[in-house]
Write a new protein. Structure first.
Length: 102
């Protein structure tokens, strides 16, 4: 049995998700954000604490250039920011690899 959890946003790019493992992948809805824009969503995770080290990596094959980051951490939650730093709009769903250390 894999310890990797896969979750998908259901309704919009700002819809929160629940992923109660230390390693997983979040799949966003199809994105259409223009260049130089960003959005955030909350991840509920019982393995996360305010001092957790959370590493994110974007997996994306569309246009635009994604940058993913953690903007806040709390007890059992963290907030992800997705920014399009490219010159073209996003045109696909994105995978975000998550690894929680500590």
């Amino acid at each position: 049995m894999s310890r990797l959890k896969a979750v998908t946003q259901l309704t919009s790019k700002t819809t929160g998700v629940t992923m109660n493992t230390k390693n997983g992948i979040i799949t966003t809805v199809a994105l259409t954000d223009s260049a130089n824009t960003e959005f955030e969503f909350v991840v509920a995770n019982k393995k996360v604490y305010p001092d957790s080290n959370i590493q994110l990596t974007a997996v994306y094959g569309g246009t635009g250039v994604p940058v993913v980051s953690v903007v806040s951490r709390g007890t059992f939650t963290f907030t992800v920011r997705v920014a399009n730093v490219g010159v073209a709009a996003f045109n696909a769903a994105m995978g975000i690899n998550v690894s929680i250390i500590g």
